[in-house]
Ligand binder design. Structure first.
Ligand code: PLP
Length: 465
């Protein structure tokens, strides 16, 4: 399997090159040259596998240029960092099925991808006797998960931009208390979209990118999408083993990374996965896309689910490629149009195609809090506000789906968002053992204005050279 760009202007490349490249050099996003799907026999065999073994089977389809023993070892090491052998346990709470994705070192689902990506980068660089500087933007969880993926690695420095004062206290502490010398936190006076725009601008300066050997670790990296495909397959096959013909997922969505992984999984194990509920908070650009066929940028609203406070969903272009019949020139044209006008409109036929994959609703903060409270009273189970957006969307849309269970993705541990959880349940969520003492640790961060030039200067001064 080779990788191509959504905008069609690069020669096909191998998996390892795609992971190193991050953003395609033509400004597009990297994708497999065709989406694979497996047959019944493979599904039956996969149904029996533990998480790591399933991860190996799924990922080896997409990572053909990585030696098998290496891939196996990287997967084993990445998921050994999780606090349960199941990696992503499926539990029930009240009327809901919850896939707990928060058992990694930073207590959010992004660890599933970033533990793997950190180990993969480090292995690849070692092979080539090279180094890199990772640059990424975070609305909270990506940053800490990325930092934990590479902290202490010899050949990597990491620079993470976060919107100053707009991530939760626990999230900020997780990033800024890491003592390793290869970790640099940049607090930007602006929104997450500002951070993302700065990172994009720096990556588009190809000379700068080459000189400092910049690599991406944010949600546009293909390896992240790939690692996330695994838990959809894992949960769907587990339920298939219990007699479900079709399984749906409810996905709290911001950058469209996680739900795009669901789309790839849906193709891979077709027809086991039914539909994907695209759950948004008040930042509902993607809900308007699914329900009205309009993709239109709005203003970012700050909510109690900050990792979803996003208006420009960086992975959306990947889905656009399929929606436009795998025609890269149409994608390139549309992205140019979107940059200019801030909106895209879709035909009734395109809307219909999208509605076969997705159904969507947007959940406001009041309903989010009520959902946390309701599930807690009903079952004693505590969810975080992002997970609650997905659970609320599941409750609202369940009737409109074909038969089959709905799995709600739990994307963060409730202790990462103590204020919202306390408001809903009357109690602060308990800190797990590995987080105790974090408040008292020294912090390291650099506050900068939302300026590409200033961020560039800081990177220049501190990069591995
Ligand atoms: C990142 C994040 C999301 C959104 O995931 P996307 O891949 O950006 O759609 C949802 N919940 C939590 C807790 C997150 O950290």
């Amino acid at each position: 399997m080779k990788y191509i760009s959504t905008r069609g202007q690069i020669e096909p490349i191998e998996f390892s090159q795609a992971v190193m490249m991050g953003l395609a050099t033509d400004g597009g996003l990297l994708l497999p040259d065709s989406l694979p799907s497996v047959d019944e026999d493979v599904l039956a065999a996969w149904q029996e596998l533990e998480y790591q073994d399933l991860a190996f089977e799924v990922m080896s389809i997409f990572a053909g240029d990585v030696p098998r023993e290496v891939l196996k070892d990287l997967i084993t090491r990445s998921y050994a960092a999780f606090d349960t052998p199941e990696v992503t346990p499926l539990v029930s709470a009240g009327d809901y099925l919850i896939l707990e994705l928060f058992h990694g070192p930073t207590l959010a689902f992004k660890d599933v991808a970033l533990q793997f990506l950190g180990n993969f980068f480090s292995w690849l660089l070692e092979q080539k006797n090279e180094y890199m500087n990772i640059l990424g933007a975070t609305s909270g969880d990506t940053g800490s998960a990325a930092i934990y993926g590479v902290k202490g690695k010899r050949n990597i420095n990491i620079f993470i931009l976060h919107p100053h004062g707009r991530v939760s206290r626990v999230q900020a502490l997780q990033m800024t208390t890491v003592p390793d010398k290869n970790v640099f936190n940049i607090a930007v006076k602006g929104t997450f979209d500002d951070c993302q725009a700065i990172v994009k601008a720096i990556f588009n300066d190809l000379d700068f990118k080459a000189e400092y050997r910049l690599g991406a670790i944010n949600s546009i990296n293909w390896a992240r999408v790939l690692a996330q495909v695994v838990y959809y397959v894992f949960a769907a096959l587990k339920l298939k083993g219990q007699g479900a013909d079709r399984v749906h997922f409810s996905v709290p969505t911001g950058n469209f990374g996680d739900i795009f992984a669901g789309f790839v999984a849906k193709r891979l194990i077709d027809p086991v996965i039914g539909r994907l509920i695209l759950a948004t908070n008040e930042n509902n650009i993607l809900t308007r896309f699914v329900m009205e066929g309009i993709y239109e940028r709005g203003r970012v609203v700050s909510t109690i689910s900050p990792s979803m406070d996003i208006q420009i969903a960086s992975n959306f272009e990947r889905y656009l490629y399929y929606l436009y019949g795998e025609d890269p020139s149409r994608v390139a044209e549309a992205m140019k149009e979107f940059e200019k006008s801030g909106s895209l409109r879709f035909s009734p036929e395109e809307k219909e195609i999208a509605r076969k994959d997705f159904i969507s609703t947007s959940i406001d903060q009041e309903e989010t809090v009520a959902t946390i409270a309701g599930l807690y009273q009903e079952s004693g189970y505590v969810i975080d506000p992002h997970t609650a957006v997905g659970v609320a969307a599941c409750r609202k849309l369940k009737e409109q789906l074909e038969d089959g269970p709905v799995v709600c993705l739990a994307t963060a541990h409730p202790c990462k968002f103590p204020e919202a959880v306390a408001e809903a349940t009357g109690k602060e969520p308990k800190l797990p053992e590995k987080m105790k003492g974090i408040q008292d640790m020294p912090q390291r961060l650099k506050v900068l204005p939302a300026s590409t030039a200033e961020v560039k200067r800081f990177v220049e001064e501190n990069a591995l050279k």
